[in-house]
Structures are given as structure tokens and as C-alpha cells.
Design a protein around this ligand. Structure first.
Ligand SMILES: Nc1ncnc2c1ncn2[C@@H]1O[C@H](COP(=O)(O)OP(=O)(O)OP(=O)(O)O)[C@@H](O)[C@H]1O
Ligand SMILES: [Mg+2]
Length: 336
């Protein structure tokens, strides 16, 4: 066993820093820890990939905590959640009066993260023209606030994350190839929870212990709930597990059951929620139409529950809202 691996010998919590430890004891997570430990202290850009809820933001925080920048800010910005017209202002800030509504100057995330780390979450959702500007900032380490003539020097370590396959995003024309290579100096892929073996139980116990710590009644999982933990495929990954334990904790008295909570949220198995389970998509359909049909059918399947639909689709809630807003706007344009 090498030294890095030894640091995380059983059972280990990583990093050994409160308040949000990235937990895991599976082979797959040991590899993630090893990579985080190597890259943390460097200045390299990191690209975190993995399904929604698999812990990308927590991993980014862990990298920051392991770097010399740990005393500086850690700022996360969801590129998929900012309307295209506002993203430049959100990233680089603006001067007072630089556009209608700019009643005072505003520091963007690049400025607020000075001396620290900036997580560009869902970077593949960033409009292409902004990707060009981002690339320039990453290369020159300089940027302007919107409407400013003075340049800022950027002293920020950038970590990017995406729950899409970045190469696929390049092929689809969603991500600039040069930006991908600039961001992915050090790629780390967070494995889905279903491939982390006993980590499911370890995490469930951890979340339960956190809840018990603030509760007058000590609650525990039933034997059946433990089996359910192993049988469910957790499409929403650690987030889904965490939410599920919290719901069970609220609903249960002392012995907690999980099956009634996740049977209904599973995208697999019986179609308990009533919506269609399959889509018939013709070869040659437009990607936009296909994506829209999938999103609408998934929402229908989950009876309009956006959180559950987003978990099943493997995107964040904000991305789902953005897509839906986009659809309703295109509908308005079509009918006007
Ligand atoms: N290994 C882990 N140990 C403990 N908690 C975890 C772990 N992974 C994720 N979590 C918790 O699960 C939730 C989701 O994690 P996080 O926000 O980092 O996921 P994400 O991959 O960034 O999701 P998204 O793609 O939707 O943005 C958070 O509450 C986080 O604290
Ligand atoms: Mg995230």
C-alpha cells in the first residue's frame, strides 16, 4: 500500500476537515482521494466530472482545503443557472452605469474569489462566446469589469465541473475544445454512488448520525431499510441518499424505513407515478427536440416534481428550471 493510500486507510473521512467531509471507503473513492491529495496543493486547474449529486462541489471544496489558498475564499458559481445576458457581469462584475439597471458597481465572482478558488459549476452550460472570454482570462490572468477601462489581475485557481461527458459536449458543439484542454489539466471523475459498494451504508450512517446529534430521540434504520440501501440504484447519488435519510428521519419515530420513500422516486421498476416509462424517438430527431421530449416526459413521470425529475435526469434543479424557462420562452415567441 503506498503512502497516499495509507492516509485514507479504513475507515477514513476525507478531508480531515469539518464541516463537510467527503466520505468514502470504496476503492473508487480511494482513487478520488489520492487524486485530490496530489492535485490539492498545486495550482493546476481541475475538471470534476460525475453524475448529479455525486459530490463534485464537495470535492472542489476539498481541493481548496488542501491548497495554500485555503485561507482565501471558495466561491462556486453555477454557469447553467445564470441567464446568458448576465453571465459576463456575474463572472467579471460591472461598473456603475455600464448598462440599464447597473445602479452601483458590482464585483464578479472572479474578483470575489481573489486569493482563493473559483468553482465554475456546469461549465458546459456556459454560452460559447463567454467560453472564449473565459479562456482568455485563464490564459492572460487579466479581465475587465463590464464597462471598465482598468484591468484586474486575476489571482484565482479555477476548478470546473460538469455532469456531462466533456468530450461529448465538445462533439455536440457545447464546449470549446481549447477551453476543455485548458480546464482539464487534471481531470477527476466522481464515481456514481451505485458503484461505491458499502459506501452507501457508510454515508447513510453518517447522515443519520448528524441528524441524531440534534434530536432528543435516537433513531436507527430497520433491517429492511439496510437492504433497501443496497438494492436501490441511487440515480440522484449522494444527494438523493442524504435527502432520503432526512425524509425518513422526519417521518419515522425510532426505526426508520426507506422503501416507501424511494420506491416512488426510482426511475426503474414499476411505473408507480403514472407517467410514461419509455419514449419512442425517431432516428434523425433534432437533439433539442429529443432533450425537450425527455425532460417533459420525465417531469410527467414524476408528476411535475422537479427535484425528482432533475435527480433522475442527472442535472441540477437550476439547469432544469433554465431548460423549462427556455421552452416556455420559445413557445411564447412561436405564438406571438
Ligand atoms: N462523499 C460524500 N460524503 C459526504 N457527503 C457527500 C459526499 N458526496 C456528496 N455529499 C453530499 O451530497 C450533496 C450533493 O453533493 P454535491 O453538491 O457536491 O454534488 P454535485 O456533484 O456538485 O451535484 P450537482 O451535479 O447536482 O451540482 C451535498 O449535500 C454533499 O454535502
Ligand atoms: Mg454541484
Amino acid at each position: 500500500m503506498n503512502a497516499a493510500r495509507d492516509t485514507f486507510a479504513k475507515p477514513r473521512i476525507f478531508p480531515l476537515v469539518a464541516p463537510s467531509p467527503l466520505l468514502g471507503n470504496s476503492e473508487a473513492m480511494h482513487e478520488v482521494f489520492r487524486l485530490i491529495e496530489r492535485v490539492g496543493p498545486t495550482e493546476a486547474s481541475v475538471l470534476l466530472t460525475g453524475e448529479s449529486g455525486s459530490g463534485k462541489e464537495l470535492a472542489a471544496q476539498s481541493i481548496h482545503d488542501r491548497s495554500a489558498r485555503r485561507g482565501g475564499p471558495f466561491i462556486a458559481v453555477n454557469c447553467g443557472a445564470i441567464p446568458a445576458g448576465l453571465i459576463e457581469a456575474e463572472l467579471f462584475g460591472y461598473e456603475k452605469g455600464s448598462f440599464t439597471g447597473a445602479v452601483r458597481a458590482h464585483a464578479g465572482v472572479f474578483e470575489r474569489a481573489q486569493g482563493g478558488t473559483l468553482l465554475l459549476d456546469e461549465v458546459t452550460e456556459m454560452p460559447l462566446d463567454m467560453q472564449t472570454r473565459l479562456l482568455r482570462v485563464l490564459e492572460t490572468r487579466k479581465f475587465y469589469r463590464v464597462g471598465a477601462s482598468t484591468e484586474f489581475h486575476s489571482d484565482v485557481r479555477v476548478i470546473a465541473s460538469s455532469n456531462r461527458c466533456p468530450l461529448q459536449a465538445v462533439q455536440n458543439g457545447q464546449l470549446r475544445e481549447d477551453l476543455l484542454y485548458r480546464l482539464a489539466v487534471f481531470p477527476i471523475d466522481l464515481p456514481p454512488l451505485r458503484s461505491r459498494g458499502n459506501d452507501v451504508e457508510l454515508l447513510a450512517e453518517h447522515f443519520l448520525a448528524e441528524l441524531n446529534a440534534d434530536s432528543p430521540v435516537e433513531k436507527r434504520l430497520s433491517a429492511l431499510a439496510r437492504m433497501t440501501l443496497k438494492q436501490h440504484t441511487w440515480p440522484g447519488n449522494v444527494r438523493e441518499l442524504k435527502n432520503c435519510i432526512e425524509r425518513a428521519f422526519i417521518l419515522g419515530d425510532q426505526v426508520l424505513e426507506l422503501a416507501p420513500l424511494i420506491q416512488s422516486s426510482s426511475a426503474k421498476g414499476a411505473n408507480v407515478d403514472g407517467g410514461r416509462e419509455r419514449l419512442d424517438i425517431r432516428v434523425g430527431s433534432r437533439i433539442y427536440d429529443m432533450e425537450r421530449s425527455l425532460i417533459e416526459a420525465t417531469l410527467d413521470y414524476f408528476k411535475g416534481n422537479k427535484r425528482r425529475a432533475a435527480d433522475a435526469l442527472g442535472c441540477s434543479l437550476k439547469t432544469l428550471y433554465n431548460k423549462l424557462n427556455g421552452y416556455s420562452q420559445s413557445q411564447e415567441c412561436a405564438s406571438s
